[in-house]
Each structure stands twice: as C-alpha cells, then as structure tokens.
Design a protein around this ligand. Structure first.
Ligand SMILES: Cc1ncc(COP(=O)(O)O)c(C=O)c1O
Length: 387
C-alpha cells in the first residue's frame, strides 16, 4: 500500500508510544508509576454517571445525535461560561460541542490556515498545535517560552516578515507542559496584537478548572474585542474527570465556530447523546465539587514539588493545571534523565523535549496519581539518586 505524503511525514503520537513502553515494562513485572499523562485518576462525579445511565435507557438516544450538539448542551455551556467568566455567549452562534477539545484544536487551525501560511506556535507545545497547523501545508514558527519571561511568548521578537505571513497564534494557559499561567495584561497584549496583524487566536484552556488557592485562570474572551479574533477550547476531560467520555467545546468567534461545525459535520456524526446529557449534569454541579477535587490535587502538587526540590529537581508550585515542570539535574539531557529514571525506578515522567526543543532541561511530571503513589515515586527516586 502506498501511503500519502501527509502520513509518511506524520510522526507517531508520543503518548501512544509511551503507553506501549509502560505496558511492556508492566508485562515484565515492573510496578510502573506513570506520572506522564494528564489523565485524571479520580472518578467522574456520581451525578454525571446517573445521568449517563438514565439517558442510556431511552432508545431515542441510541439514534444519530445532532451534528452540532443538543440545544440544551449549548445552553448549559453558555450558563456555565457566564457563571465562571462573566462572559455572555449566544448558545447556537458562539458554542460548538466537540468530541473532546483535541479534535477542535486541529479543526480550528485547519479552518483558518492555507498552504504557505505561518502558524505562530509557542515552544514547548501540545503536539496537536503543530500537526493541526502543518497537515494542510502551513508552516510553524516557534515562539520559545522561557522561564525568565514567565513562560509567555515574546511577541516583540517575531520578525516583521514572519508576522506578515502569519495567520494564526496558538496560546495555552494554564500551560501544558510548563504549568505557567497568564495574566490579564498578557491577554490584552495578544488581543491587540491579533487585531493589529489580522491574526486568529486559538486559546486552549483545557486546564481552566484545575486551580489552587485563590487563583482563577481567566478566559481570553473576558478581554474586550477578543471574540472578533479568538476562539477558546474547553474540555470536560480534566475539569470533571471525564477524559474517557470525550467531550469538550469550542467557544468564541462565531465565524470560526461555524466553520469548525461545517468541517466536523462533513467528517463525524456528533456526540453520543447520553454523553451530552452527562456533560449538562457536570456543568451544573455546585462549585463545592470542584473545590473538593482541587483540594486533592493541591495536596499532591505540594507533595511532588517539595519532593522534587528535595531531590535537586528544582520546581515551582504551579497556580493551576495537572503538572509540575521540574529542572533536570546538570549533566543530563531531559530524555537521558527520564530514561534513566524509568530504568532505575519504574517512575515514568515526560522529558520536556517531547513538547519541543525549548523543553530541554525540564521534565513534566503529572499529579494524576494518589498521594501514596507519589510518595512511593519520590522514595524510589531518592534511593536511585543516592546511588
Ligand atoms: C493542553 C491540552 N489541550 C488539549 C488537550 C485535549 O483534551 P481533550 O481530552 O479535551 O481532548 C489536552 C490533553 O491532555 C491538553 O493537555
């Protein structure tokens, strides 16, 4: 079989490879502690499961769903968004439910980019920003995220000839993998920049609802004029421990929301209705559910950051998200250290370079394991490093 150039140029998806590596070691009898994926280990809320179960009983929900999602789900998303961010969205115009936010990232990019255009991509990045941009022939231009600049891209460093060909700016705060957050001043700057240079912004906000202490990540749509240039992606995967349900949403600029809806309806046939009912239930949960869940993550974050610092893997406490971004000890590359750690301890973490060259020198460590397992991971790391 002769495959297309697109497929021949497409690298295997890192986490698919990682899952295989883990499974191989487990088959060999190793107790692997996987701190590599941001895959919530805690269960989805009971009310969500009940709603899913009751919706499953109705045969009408076994038929093809609506291409662009049920109106009731659009309404629930609009209510949630207004309650959470103080921004009013028009349910059918400004919102598109998705089969998880990942597909929406790729489709949103493909809806604005033409071959030869440039996509401005922060480095390190979530891999879909690159594949979503390049599969149709656009070119990436990477904006390094540096610790010294609080992991925000320096827009003033982009050459004029690059900006002239750029059509799209990717953003992701709370950030994966650096665990950084952005403030209002930054969002104001990027919205102004996008207006000035006629760019579209895709803001990936998959970690909007995993936050600690008094910090609340803001939506780019809170900035006046943002909906003229930006869309934002949200996900129930991390927010409500519903990663396996595959449900998320695109919100913001109505033209781009409509474009993604058009593209998707030509490719897939919508979201299983019981999952949409479950999502409505989740979006209507009291904030106490999130507070309790985030308190569990906070304890894990503290334990892991303190453990990393004790071991010389210097790390700061993130304000939001599911990751700790730790320094690799001197003398190792990120990949060498991550491989060594896996060999010696069975603790699987992700080298920063899996997210782009600017990730060199760092490891991304996930907090989606219990405190007990995190303690065991730190203990094993301490023993291996001592040797
Ligand atoms: C930054 C970022 N965006 C998007 C996603 C995709 O999430 P979803 O499960 O909604 O497709 C992830 C998942 O890990 C992520 O880390």
């Amino acid at each position: 079989m002769q495959l297309s150039r697109l497929i021949n140029n497409l690298p295997p998806y890192h986490f698919a490879d990682a899952k295989k590596k883990i499974a191989d070691r487990q088959a060999a009898g190793v107790d692997v502690i996987s701190l590599s994926m941001g895959d919530p280990d805690l269960p989805a809320p009971p009310a969500v499961l009940e709603r899913l179960w009751s919706a499953l009983q109705d045969p009408v929900n076994h038929r093809y769903p609506e291409y662009r999602g049920m109106y009731a789900l659009h309404e629930a998303i609009a209510d949630w968004f207004e309650h959470r961010f103080g921004v009013q969205l028009t349910p059918e115009r400004d919102i598109l439910p998705l089969l998880g936010s990942k597909e929406g990232l790729a489709y949103a990019a493909q809806s604005v980019l033409n071959p030869g255009d440039i996509a401005l991509i922060p480095d390190p990045y979530y891999p879909v920003y690159v594949t979503g941009s390049t599969t149709l022939g656009a070119q990436p231009y990477f904006l390094p995220l540096r610790e010294a600049n609080r992991y925000l891209p320096d827009l003033t460093a982009i050459p004029a000839e690059i900006i002239a060909r750029a059509r799209l700016l990717w953003l992701n705060y709370p950030n994966n993998p650096t665990a950084a957050s952005a403030d209002r001043a930054f969002f104001e700057e990027v919205v102004e920049f996008a207006h000035r240079h006629q760019l579209a912004i895709i803001h990936d906000m998959a970690y909007a609802e995993v936050y600690f202490e008094d910090f609340r990540p803001m939506s780019i749509l809170q900035i006046p004029g943002a909906s003229e240039v930006a869309v934002e992606l949200h996900s129930l995967s991390k927010t409500y421990n519903m990663a396996g349900f595959r449900i998320g949403m695109l919100v913001g600029n109505p033209q781009l929301v409509d474009a993604v809806g058009r593209l998707k309806s030509n490719i897939d046939s919508g979201i299983f209705r019981p999952v949409q009912y479950a999502a409505i239930e989740a979006l209507q949960l009291p904030s106490s559910w999130l507070e309790q869940r985030n308190a569990i993550y906070k304890r894990r974050r503290d334990l892991l950051v303190e453990g990393c610092n004790e071991l010389g893997l210097q790390a700061e406490k993130p304000q939001a998200g599911l990751y700790v971004w730790a320094h690799v000890p001197t003398g190792y590359t990120s990949r060498e250290f991550a491989n060594w750690l896996f060999e010696e301890t069975g603790v699987f973490v992700t080298p920063g370079t899996n997210f782009g060259p600017a990730g060199e020198g760092y490891l991304r460590i996930s907090i989606t394991e219990s405190e007990e397992r995190l303690r065991l991971a730190i203990k094993r790391m301490r023993e291996a490093l001592r040797k």
